[in-house]
Design a protein around this ligand. Structure first.
Ligand code: DQA
Length: 173
């Protein structure tokens, strides 16, 4: 009677505009962790959870939409910090609705404690959950929660699969 045997989870992690500047950008709001540090901690946790992560950052709305669409093939879930597009992008919401994968929306800052215009998210209505205000830890909470939800939802495979982690990143850093 071994542990859980399932296919390795494949998760797409998307970072939206200006998140490439983390660690240098409004540190009192977003903290000192760089995007590379956040990605490294995600990859480490992914390894522990048996999840393969593909991590991408873009400042371009259409590029994010394209990547979300591509996730239809071969991915089990999405973690996304849409950054400013959270508050403006029907296109990103529609893409997430179209692919219909379990999605966790992450924000480093608590968007409800800030300017009024940040309190509305186009994404939250199509997300499984939103994590906001935990800083970089929010991404790790998102990964844990997403993996748990996907496994509980019964995406049980028959192959044991080894634990490996890969990383593909594009965009300016
Ligand atoms: C953010 C919050 C957004 O309002 C903002 O535009 C960002 C980052 C966050 O992670 O706290 O760029 O998504």
């Amino acid at each position: 009677m071994g542990g859980i045997v399932r296919d390795m989870l494949r998760i797409l992690v998307l970072h939206g505009p200006n998140l490439n500047l983390l660690g240098h950008r409004e540190e009192s709001i977003y903290g000192t962790a760089t995007l590379d540090m956040i990605d490294a901690s995600l990859i480490k946790l992914g390894g522990e959870l048996g999840a393969e992560l593909v991590i991408r950052q873009s400042n371009l709305e259409g590029e994010l939409v394209n990547w979300i669409q591509e996730a239809r093939r071969g991915y089990h879930g999405i973690i996304i910090n849409p950054a400013a597009y959270t508050h403006t992008s029907i296109a990103i919401r529609d893409a997430l609705a179209a692919v219909d994968l379990p999605t966790i929306e992450v924000h480093l800052s608590n968007i409800y404690r800030r300017e009024e215009f940040r309190r509305h998210s186009y994404v939250s209505g199509v997300a499984l959950a939103q994590i906001t205000g935990f800083g970089a830890t929010g991404y790790l909470l998102a990964l844990r929660g997403l993996c748990e939800q996907i496994s509980a939802a019964g995406s049980k495979g028959s192959s044991s699969g080894s634990t490996s982690v890969s990383r593909a990143k594009t965009g300016a850093h």
